[in-house]
Design a protein around this ligand. Structure first.
Ligand SMILES: Nc1ncnc2c1ncn2[C@@H]1O[C@H](COP(=O)(O)OP(=O)(O)O)[C@@H](O)[C@H]1O
Ligand SMILES: [Mg+2]
Length: 245
């Protein structure tokens, strides 16, 4: 049975979808078969980041409404074999209930080693649906007070949805800017603020961000790819030292 991880963030723009797409590819590099379920109804982006937006016919709402069998709405990423995407509905009205999402994901776990669910930012509409099937959660935050503020609320809501294994990814990290901002003494202070164990730090990497925006995988010599490979190993329960990113 595959591991189901919900990818969350306090506010939008922390890089949750970019990290989800990149982490999916990194898990594939480790030999996993991976499905990303885009649950950000009305704001989907994973299809674009994996270069398949032009191919989409069906989405998750079509499965629920009986318009197609599940496998017809699951698209292979052309550039990363064994990475698959189940797109979110384009329309927010097509929101799915938590119990239906749980049932659908349960069926799908038989076919994949990892399922990553890209959740809408914050704890508004769609949060509980995205969190319902997950056994673990990742909070994607930036090392800035505004990004961290919402994390606390998300962490508490995840716990109330019985998702207790919650880990933190600090994304877009730039040491020079972090020191210049002078709000936190070090990364430990950031981790304390969120109250979740650190899963990894992804550096600010404009080349990786640009690749994702063009539908290309984050791989090879990109700095972010290196960090994502280490995070993927930790998600596969491997011991990888944290502070050598
Ligand atoms: N590690 C990174 N380094 C630099 N820019 C990044 C990084 N991760 C994401 N971005 C950029 O941040 C912006 C928001 O990313 P996105 O993944 O859409 O965020 P979210 O899904 O949290 O709203 C995009 O412009 C994206 O290219
Ligand atoms: Mg997003």
């Amino acid at each position: 049975m595959g591991k189901v991880t919900v990818m969350t963030s306090g506010k939008g723009g922390t890089g949750k979808s970019t990290v989800t797409a990149g982490l999916g590819a990194a898990l594939v590099r480790r030999g996993n078969r991976v499905l990303i379920i885009d649950c950000d109804a009305g704001m989907r982006g994973i299809d674009l980041m994996l270069g398949i937006s032009g191919e989409l016919v069906f989405d998750i709402a079509d499965i629920i409404n009986g318009n197609c069998p599940p496998m017809s709405a699951i698209y292979p990423c052309r550039t990363v074999p064994e990475l698959y995407v189940l797109p979110a509905p384009q329309n927010v009205r097509d929101e799915i209930s938590p119990s239906v999402m749980r049932q659908l994901t349960k069926v799908l776990t038989g076919y994949y080693d990892h399922i990553l669910i890209d959740c809408p930012a914050g704890i508004g509409a769609g949060f509980e649906t995205a969190a319902a099937p997950a056994s673990q959660a990742v909070l994607v935050a930036n090392a800035e007070p505004l990004s961290l503020r919402g994390c606390d609320k998300v962490r508490r809501r995840l716990q109330s949805c019985s998702v207790d294994n919650i880990r933190l990814i600090i994304n877009k990290f730039n040491e020079r800017k972090f020191r210049k901002m002078g709000v936190f003494e070090d990364l430990d202070a950031v981790i304390d603020e969120v109250g979740a164990r650190l899963l990894g730090v992804v550096p600010e990497d404009n080349a990786a961000a640009a690749a994702a925006q063009k539908g290309q995988p984050i791989e090879g010599k990109l700095k972010a790819a290196y960090a994502l490979d280490r995070i993927a190993a930790r998600l596969d329960d491997r011991e990888v030292p944290l502070f050598m990113e």
